[in-house]
Structure formats: structure tokens, C-alpha cells
Design a protein around this ligand. Structure first.
Ligand SMILES: NC(=O)c1ccc[n+]([C@@H]2O[C@H](COP(=O)([O-])OP(=O)(O)OC[C@H]3O[C@@H](n4cnc5c(N)ncnc54)[C@H](O)[C@@H]3O)[C@@H](O)[C@H]2O)c1
Length: 427
């Protein structure tokens, strides 16, 4: 093992510090103990190794939960090559633990954009037969820079809303070269991970970066989709007065009927104490909003990319800037007001905290595993478009999750099953 420019570089890895492996292993052990669904799939497939011969290139946040997925894929016989999907989300000890046990992995916390794509290039040099994305940067690099590799790819999966949007747009343009399963859109992913996972972990990130009292604050949530709703619920639970901004009428209406105040960002900017964007859209908070904010306003993002808060605008307005604490930059504006940006406008839950709790990632990553398994068997027969998770898979994962929680389900009787389709039955 060689040390190069402060990194540990091995035959098949580049990580921050391989000596962190024992600490990372403990975190992985902890995650395993809270991911019974994924662990049961590992147990089921570790003997038959149905993914033998598959080469999976993955680009997703490198967290302790991701490590459980990676090691489940390897236990099922796949070879993997991995990178992180965000410059600030890699947990260096987890990456070291994976490298130390033979996973090909290229990622570290604090990568710059050039390094980020360099890491992706390493995982593509592995010539994947399957790809796994979170945000679609890996697949986009493959399509734009190495389209010849697509011939060898059977299919891929996409973990997040923004990635699915990109890939559906690409398929709509006829540019997608192989089949993708939209893991994000599974009920056992979108309605749990995005809602409860993002809800809890975003609050966790805000608190770790600021330690502010949430109770009594005006907490502005931009976007009342899956993530925004989760964040709004948790902030309300902590005693905040939640304000929602939206562009979609039905989403705004839902927020209103769920007891939140809805207003335009132009208005919210004047009253908010804490702002969080969860839209997947760029320029949600821009110059005119910063110009209206109260002294001490705290601003962060939990959407996939760091384009939701326009930091270039804030840079132009600033008189001074300093890091006041970890993941918290204080911008002093020309009139003396201070605005605090958490985690550089990147996903606050992953950059300033640890991402979603293992219990919720259990279902998301069971979906990832089963989707890659399905692609390894059927991918060659699928047309190059974006596919949904089958309802059967969703129900099977939910059922397994319930059983690991010791919760039972009622079963429809024969008569009830017949009643479901008996259109003649009325009053
Ligand atoms: N932080 C995380 O760990 C995490 C987890 C899952 C998803 N995400 C990301 O979070 C983002 C949102 O995902 P989602 O599943 O909630 O999507 P979603 O489609 O369910 O919700 C997004 C909402 O934002 C609204 N919106 C769009 N532009 C807006 C604007 N300018 N102002 C106000 N509202 C606007 C939309 O109308 C929609 O209701 C995506 O980028 C997704 O990839 C992050």
C-alpha cells in the first residue's frame, strides 16, 4: 500500500486513510444489525451466488448502509467497483473498511469536481455489466464519454428522484442505451426513505451543524414532495412553525390541509429563521431572497444537487465570510446582516450528519439488490427505458420488513377476495 498526496492508494482503491478501517467496520456492523431485510437476502443468496459473473459499478453515497449493500452484492457473487455520488457524503472510515476487505472503491470526503469524475472513471474502467446510480452521474459519464461500454451493460438502477427525472428525460429523447429500474419510485423506497429518512436525517444535519433550538422557529420548507413533507412533519414535531413554498397546486393544497402555512418564497424569505430546500430544482433561493432575510437566518438544502440555493448570488452580496463551526459558514452582508449556510448548500443530512437511518435504508437497498438481481437475469431482454419496481416486489419487501418488526397482517378471506371484484354487490 502506498501513501500518495495524503491518500491511501492500493491496487484497487483510493481512500482517505486505510487505518480508519476498524472504526468503519464497527459502523458497518451497527448498520447490519438494523437492516434485517437486506441481511436476510444476503443469507438467502450467499450459497447459490446468483450474481456470479456480474460486474457492478456503483456511484452512491458511501455510508455504512451502502457498505451493507455492497457486501451483500459481493456475498451473492458479484464483483463491484464503487465511488461516492457526492463530494461531501463519503464516510471515510466506511470507505476504508470496504477497501480493507477487498472492495474496489474510489472515494473520499471533500473530493473536488475533477476528483469526483476521476473516481467515476475508475469504476467505469472496470467495464461493468450492471450500473447503480444515485443522481445518474455514473450513467451520464458512461453515455457521454464511453458509449462503447454500453454494449457490455445489461442494465442499471437509479436510487433518487433527481436521477430518475434525468433518466426519463434521456429515455424520452431516445438517448438511453440500456434498461434502468427506477428504485426511487418503489413505494417501499419513495414513501419511506424520502419521507421518514430525509425528514429525520435533515433535522439531524441541521442540529449537528448549528445546535439551534427548533421549537418556536419559523421553519421554511421549499418543496412539499416526499422529502419536504418528511422534513415539515419532523420540524413541526419539534415545535417549529412550518411554512411551505411550492410550485405545484396540489402539493401546496396538501400542505395547507395538513396544517402548514403556504406562501411564496418572496414572502417566506422575510419571516423565516431556518430555510431548507427539498425540490430537485435550481435557484429556489436567490439574491432577492437573501436580500430580505432576517439577521441570523440559517439556510440549507436536502435536494440532490447543490444548485437549489444560489451561493454565487450570496457570494456577491457578502462583505465577509468565515467558518463559524463545522459545516456552517457565516456570510456577513454589506448591511451587517448575517446568513448561515450549512454544508455548503449540499445535502445537509449526508454532509453534516450520517444520512438516513439504517432501518429505512434496509428497504431501499433490498429494492436495489432485488432489482440488480432481476436485471442480471432479464436485463438483456428489456428495452432501453426506465422501468418501475413490480408491485409484487414492493409488497414482499414491506411484508418482510413488518415481520422483522414483529408485526402481523390480516389476510383477506375468500369471500372478501370475491367481493373486491363483485361489481353487482351494492347496498
Ligand atoms: N437528502 C436526501 O437524502 C434525499 C433523499 C431522497 C431524495 N432526495 C432528493 O430530494 C429532492 C426532492 O425529492 P422528492 O422525492 O421529495 O421529490 P418530489 O418530486 O416528491 O418533490 C419535489 C417537490 O418540489 C416541488 N418544487 C419544484 N420546484 C420548486 C420550487 N422552485 N419551489 C418550491 N417547490 C418546488 C415540486 O412541486 C414537488 O412537489 C430530489 O433532488 C431528490 O433526488 C434527497
Amino acid at each position: 500500500m502506498a501513501k500518495k498526496n495524503g491518500f491511501d492508494v492500493g491496487k484497487d482503491y483510493k481512500v482517505r486513510d486505510i487505518e480508519l478501517a476498524p472504526a468503519g467496520r464497527k459502523r458497518i456492523d451497527w448498520a447490519e444489525s438494523r437492516m434485517p431485510v437486506l441481511m436476510s437476502l444476503r443469507e438467502k443468496y450467499k450459497k447459490t451466488k446468483p450474481m456470479r459473473g456480474m460486474r457492478v459499478s456503483g456511484c452512491i453515497h458511501v455510508t455504512k448502509e451502502t457498505a451493507v449493500l455492497v457486501e451483500t452484492l459481493r456475498a451473492a457473487g458479484a464483483q463491484v467497483s464503487w465511488s461516492g455520488c457526492n463530494p461531501l457524503s463519503t464516510q471515510d472510515d466506511v470507505a476504508a473498511a470496504l477497501a480493507a476487505t477487498g472492495t474496489s472503491i474510489y472515494t473520499w470526503h471533500g473530493m473536488d469536481t475533477r476528483e469526483f469524475y476521476w473516481c467515476i472513471e475508475q469504476t467505469l474502467a472496470f467495464r461493468p455489466s450492471l450500473t447503480l446510480d444515485d443522481g445518474a452521474d455514473l450513467i451520464m459519464t458512461l453515455h457521454t464519454k464511453h458509449p462503447q461500454l454500453a454494449k457490455g451493460v445489461i442494465g442499471g438502477t437509479e436510487e433518487t428522484t433527481t436521477g430518475v427525472h434525468r433518466l426519463r428525460a434521456m429515455a424520452g429523447d431516445g438517448k438511453l442505451l440500456y434498461a434502468i429500474i427506477a428504485v426511487n419510485d418503489a413505494e417501499t423506497k419513495w414513501d419511506f426513505d424520502n419521507v421518514y429518512g430525509t425528514g429525520q436525517s435533515s433535522l439531524d444535519g441541521i442540529l449537528r451543524a448549528s445546535s439551534v433550538l427548533v421549537a418556536g422557529k419559523i421553519f421554511v420548507v421549499a418543496g412539499y414532495g416526499h422529502c419536504g413533507r418528511g422534513v415539515a412533519m419532523r420540524a413541526k414535531g419539534m415545535g417549529a412553525n412550518v411554512v411551505v413554498t411550492e410550485v405545484k397546486a396540489t402539493a401546496a393544497l396538501k400542505a395547507t390541509l395538513e396544517g402548514f402555512q403556504v406562501m411564496k418564497m418572496d414572502q417566506a424569505a422575510r419571516v423565516g429563521d431556518i430555510f431548507i430546500t427539498a425540490t430537485g430544482m435550481k435557484d429556489v433561493i436567490v439574491k432577492r431572497h437573501f436580500e430580505r432575510m432576517k439577521d441570523g437566518a440559517l439556510v440549507c438544502n436536502t435536494g440532490h444537487y447543490d444548485c437549489e440555493i444560489n451561493l454565487e448570488d450570496l457570494e456577491k452580496l457578502k462583505k465577509g465570510k468565515r467558518t463559524i463551526r463545522s459545516n456552517n459558514e457565516e456570510y456577513t452582508l454589506k448591511d451587517g446582516r448575517r446568513v448561515y449556510i450549512l454544508a455548503q448548500g449540499r445535502l445537509v443530512n449526508l454532509a453534516a450528519a450520517e444520512g438516513h437511518p439504517s432501518e429505512v435504508m434496509d428497504m431501499s437497498f433490498a429494492n436495489q439488490f432485488l432489482s440488480l438481481l432481476r436485471l442480471s437475469k432479464e436485463g438483456k431482454k428489456l428495452d432501453p427505458r426506465v422501468y418501475d419496481i413490480p408491485e409484487k416486489q414492493d409488497q414482499a419487501i414491506a411484508k418482510l420488513k413488518l415481520s422483522t418488526m414483529g408485526l402481523g397482517l390480516d389476510k383477506l378471506t375468500k369471500e372478501q377476495v370475491a367481493y373486491e371484484t363483485d361489481y353487482l354487490a351494492g347496498t
